[in-house]
Write a protein that binds this ligand. Structure first.
Ligand SMILES: Cc1cc2nc3c(=O)[nH]c(=O)nc-3n(C[C@H](O)[C@H](O)[C@H](O)COP(=O)(O)O)c2cc1C
Length: 454
């Protein structure tokens, strides 16, 4: 084809417009993709109030069920969006048609960390919600005094504000399948669909206990063991530092025990730290006794891995990390330190507390190697049975207040792993004393204060 000067110019101009149009379209397409990924189903959902699936989760169970709830609504063609409870404003609640709440309980009947702002901002006051229809799935454990305490408090507060429940609160005791099935059934009924997807958790796999060694021989405390496991068949599954492993012990398979994974996939094995639980009568706990004593090296262990989104590094992977823990809590922190070393991120500060330096300084050689390699910038230790100024890990914080502020000013995130009794509350109080509650609440809202406490 022969082009005249005029038709060439015309074609070039048209091409320019087309190009410009594509440039303008690209951000819109990106935004649309982002909205879809965030759970906004269809453009209408961005405008219409629609349904909201709100979760408050500490270790990811309620969050995972919220994702599955959203998926069920999505399949039924219902516009809905997924969010964390603390992202909801009073105006959101007043505008929403229907809100499904999936919340767990922590501490002693408390809300998970991620719900702190919702509790302090909204649940402390009156908020008329006459138009709101809602349902609550409350996750808990009936061996605690305040069973499903937060789910019950939330339900009560919503009712006091004039909201109407779509169906009675459903309580899930230790992940019990029948309660989850009841929620699924109610949901299918509401959504007008009978083909809700199957939500069952993945099966336990067969793993071989490849290694076991006691970390604290001679300690006045209960023995603690480092275990390494590999799949009996097939490839190692993928996981991230911060994730959890569930073990079904032969003596009590219906109550799997959960442990923080202390290794990363690059190690080629799942490592766990298990403290032998000694009962008042001197006998060993069922699951820990089996894992630490009875199961021979080479034995089959039924295990499955579970994502722990709230304790993963995720968006904090590029920040400096302050890792605080005690006892077996070093497991989750070790996973993070190994992930950081692999990524070449050396701005890590470990603060750790145990009983005594001679027997309970778990993984001391590893920390030395990390320091030598520039992968551990700070290490502070507290020994409760050795005397000295700092007895518990929280005592390490006030004398290091200036360094702590400097790290946080540099954008650091804090990860706490270990016992809820004493340690977690003590660390929280010490941080509040140094930084103030508002600052800590901001860190929580920014996902820069993450806890795996038990
Ligand atoms: C340290 C700790 C404290 C807990 N406190 C309570 C409690 O007071 N009441 C309750 O019903 N469940 C309690 N639970 C059980 C959790 O709510 C339950 O394991 C739930 O399935 C966790 O869901 P999530 O992963 O969404 O946070 C507690 C669990 C832990 C680890």
């Amino acid at each position: 084809m022969i082009l005249t000067n005029d038709s060439t110019r015309l074609l070039l101009t048209a091409a320019c417009f087309l190009g410009y149009g594509l440039v303008c379209l690209a951000p819109w397409l990106r935004l649309r993709r982002k909205r879809l990924a965030a759970g906004l189903v269809g453009e209408a959902a961005a405008r219409a109030p629609g349904w909201i699936v709100a979760h408050a989760s500490q270790t990811g169970n309620a969050e995972a069920l919220a994702g599955q709830t959203l998926e069920t609504l999505r399949l039924a063609g219902i516009p809905a969006r997924l969010c964390e409870l603390s992202e909801l404003s009073g105006a959101d609640l007043q505008a929403a048609e229907r809100v499904l709440f999936l919340v767990s309980t922590y501490g002693e009947g408390d809300a998970p960390d991620a719900a702190a702002t919702f509790c302090s901002r909204l649940m402390t006051r009156a908020l008329p919600l006459p138009k709101l229809h809602y349902a609550v799935l409350a996750l808990g454990d009936s061996s605690y005094g305040q069973y499903c305490g937060f789910g019950r408090a939330l339900d009560g507060w919503l009712r006091e504000q004039g909201a109407s429940s779509l169906f009675e609160r459903i309580e899930v005791d230790r992940g019990a399948e029948p309660a989850i099935a009841a929620w699924r059934q109610q949901l299918s009924h509401l959504a007008g669909t009978s083909d809700a997807p199957d939500w069952s958790a993945p099966d336990f796999g067969a793993w071989r206990l490849a290694e076991r060694r006691q970390l604290n021989p001679g300690s006045p405390g209960a023995p603690i063991f480092h275990l390494e496991l590999e799949p009996e068949e097939g490839a190692l599954p993928d996981w991230q530092s911060g994730d959890l492993a569930q073990v079904a012990a032969p003596g009590d398979p219906s109550r799997p025990r959960e442990y923080s994974v202390a290794s990363i996939p690059a190690d080629g094995r799942v490592a766990l730290l298990v403290r032998l639980h000694l009962r008042a009568d001197g006998g060993a706990g069922l699951a820990s006794g089996w894992l630490c004593r009875e199961a021979a090296v080479g034995a089959t262990v039924r295990l499955r891995l579970r994502q722990h989104r709230r304790f993963r590094l995720e968006a904090n992977a590029g920040r400096p990390l302050i890792l605080i823990g005690n006892g077996s809590g070093i497991a989750g922190l070790r996973g993070h330190l190994r992930a950081r070393a692999l990524a070449g991120q050396g701005r890590n500060w470990l603060l750790f507390g145990e009983r005594n330096a001679a027997h309970d300084y778990h993984y001391a050689a590893e920390w030395d190697a990390l320091r030598g390699g520039g992968m551990l910038a700070g290490l502070d230790l507290a020994w409760s049975r050795d005397g000295g100024a700092a007895r518990y890990v929280q005592d390490l914080l006030p004398p290091r207040a200036d360094a702590l502020r400097a790290w946080l000013d540099d954008g650091a995130a804090i990860y706490v792993c270990g016992s809820l009794d004493g340690m977690a509350a003590g660390v929280d109080r010490a941080l509040e004393g140094i930084l103030g509650r508002a600052y800590l609440d901001r860190l929580i809202a920014e996902n820069r204060y993450r806890r795996d406490v038990y």
